[in-house]
Write a new protein. Structure first.
Ligand code: NAD
Ligand code: ZN
Length: 360
């Protein structure tokens, strides 16, 4: 392509507010193609109870599928869901609604893409490999931090790689931001996923790809993170602010890139299945030489909320294990270039990277 600047998609419609989830039914109604074309709700199984199920606006042959977020989404899991939906209904669904944290938000995006594009999910891992629009899809985050609700990617673990389906069709058509849905998030999970947002800000704001677009969102998100994690504000205000921080953090990296913590954390996730939020925290604490101010703030936040990060995660690994993680991490060229500049390979050698892993 000859164009110098990316023409990047944004979520065209968003609702924000406590209790706004109750508007989902009226939002979906005009998008219903006919009574045979169902809406499929993919919901984090934390919400598998009658009280929550009663709030889902099911009509006709709509289907509610509860899914565990214990493991990060896989390409096979996407393929299986797509097949199940295709086998069950004569018509394509009217749309897909993802309700949950980053895991469910990513799954729902991928299912919406694959229902309208032939083949398997792994074929679309990469950049701009999706040819046809996704089905109409709606995202409803229930934890704040990943920015998956605004991003143009869905990160999937495939047979060969952990990589996003990055495309203009990945982005949600509609998002519902209801901070009440995050009330039940356990404290540690709140912290780890919230730190994903904080780290998005630090990596974006300290990257060589920074521009005024990214900076404007990143600075706002960082300010909100500081209020949420370092000040004592009322809980409802804190939920509102972290939800908006996640949104702005996601917007910030959309037009720049993440950095070292994300690259290194991908290695941990690939080899050991360490989840994104906690993985980023495990890595970020050791990145003081690259992000001095960010790491200092991070330490204050850890202390204030009395979070005990696991230790010795890499203590029993073999040289082969380290080689695998180093390879996965160093394969993320754009992240390193953003963090360290074009000459990044002379700065982050495999040896230096392994030394970081060995401290985790
Ligand atoms: P998650 O979705 O993995 O969920 C973490 C845990 O919280 C799960 O046990 C889940 O059941 C539980 N949970 C969710 N909502 C809850 C609620 N309201 N109350 C109680 N428990 C609740 O967590 P996450 O950190 O939001 O998402 C991580 C995933 O997001 C990773 O797979 C990562 O790759 C992905 N991610 C995607 C993007 C993107 O742009 N697409 C960006 C960052 C991360
Ligand atoms: Zn992240």
């Amino acid at each position: 392509s000859t164009s110098q600047y990316r023409n990047f998609p944004m979520v065209p419609r968003v609702v924000f507010g406590e209790g706004s989830f109750s508007q989902l039914g009226e939002i979906l109604l005009p998008k219903r193609r006919n009574s045979e074309a169902p809406f499929i709700f993919l919901v984090d199984d934390f919400f598998e109870n009658e009280e929550f199920a009663a709030q889902i606006p099911l009509i006709f042959n709509d289907e509610l599928i509860f899914i565990s977020a214990n493991e990060e989404p896989k390409t096979e899991q996407v393929d299986a869901l797509v097949k199940r939906i295709q086998d069950t209904y004569e018509e394509l669904p009217s749309g897909i609604i993802g309700i949950g944290g980053g895991t469910l938000l990513d799954l729902a995006k991928a299912v919406a893409i694959l229902l309208n594009n032939n083949g398997r999910a792994e074929q679309y891992q990469g950049w701009d490999l999706v040819n046809r629009p996704a089905l109409y899809h709606v995202g409803v985050p229930t934890i704040s931090g990943t920015g998956a609700e605004v991003s143009r990617t869905t990160v999937l673990l495939g047979p060969e790689k952990k990589l996003g389906i990055n495309s203009d069709y990945t982005t949600y058509d509609q998002v519902i931001l209801d901070p009440d849905l995050t009330k039940t998030v356990p404290k540690e999970q709140w912290f780890y996923t919230g730190m994903d947002c904080f780290i998005h800000c630090i990596e974006s704001l300290n990257g060589t790809y920074l521009n005024a677009f990214s900076q404007s969102y990143g600075e706002k998100a960082l300010e909100l993170c500081k209020e949420v994690f370092l000040e004592d504000i009322p809980e409802c205000e804190s939920r509102d602010k972290l939800m908006m921080a996640s949104w702005h953090g996601g917007m910030s990296i959309a037009y720049s890139q993440v950095g070292i913590a994300h690259a290194v954390s991908y290695g941990l996730s690939y080899l050991l299945g360490v989840k994104h939020g906690i993985g980023n925290c495990l890595v970020f604490q050791h990145l003081g030489e690259f992000y001095p101010d960010g790491v200092q703030l991070f330490r204050k936040m850890i202390e204030k909320h009395n979070i005990k990060l696991p230790q010795g995660v890499c203590s029993n690994l073999t040289q082969n294990d380290f080689d695998i993680m180093v390879n996965v991490a160093l394969g993320m060229d754009a992240l390193w270039e953003n963090a360290l500049g074009k000459e990044w390979k002379t700065i982050m050698t495999p040896e230096r990277l392994q030394a970081i892993y060995q401290r985790i």
